[in-house]
Unconditional design. Sequence first.
Length: 274
Amino acid sequence: MFELPLLLKALILGIVEGLTEFLPISSTGHLIIVGSLLDYTNEQSKVFKIAIQLGAILAVCWLYRERLVGVTLGLWTKQRERRFAANILLAFLPAMVLGVLFYSTIKTYLFNPLTVAGALIVGGLVILLVERNPRPARFETVDDITWREALKVGLAQAVAMFPGVSRAGATIMGGLIFGLSRKAATELSFFLAVPTMLAATVYDVYKSRDLLNAADLPVFAVGFAAAFIAAMLTIKALLRYVSNHSFEVFAWYRIAFGLIVLGTAYTGLVDWHD
């Protein structure tokens, strides 16, 4: 069987990361499934799939650089910026605490294509349920939310520790349930991604540092760059999309993709492996 060069695998996975990180379809789930198809499933690959999230994080930081710089400079002088930073920190805490407690269990038992497929289907059904039972928006912008909504969305995000749930999906759907407008929920998902993904990436790379060596740098660099470019394009497109569309299309995609993975596994057409 023809084996793709490692750098090409890194490019493909980087594009997958950037395209899926901020959509409610689970970037981790797609990386696990695509990695399995590419036969890139060793221990180093698990570190790679986490590390390239830095490219997607950088895309958010670049696109929202004016707001992030404004928050940083205004922390000690502006109430609005202090409240924004406090809300992001509060929303980040549940995932941080649970991530530290259950890191090893999640990595050992849940990082496999069939588990992800089940989570994709269940998550798709949840999106359909939320979209078909809309709640009135009480908070039009990220700056309008209180600490209570921030904490609730943070708890929703923590559910996405289960691979296949989708961090973006959990935060956006949580935001809609708790009264945020579509744009506010989507932007909160972007901002919340920065501390959450940065902490997860640094923690995972540190824990797996013995698996890394200088020879891996080109592979990680290709994945990082591909994730950055793909994420930039995806974020811009998603903000345009949510202004007048629901997320149901992503729900049906999740359900179809999950059923395909389970169906091919059941029939033996694809030998899904960790």
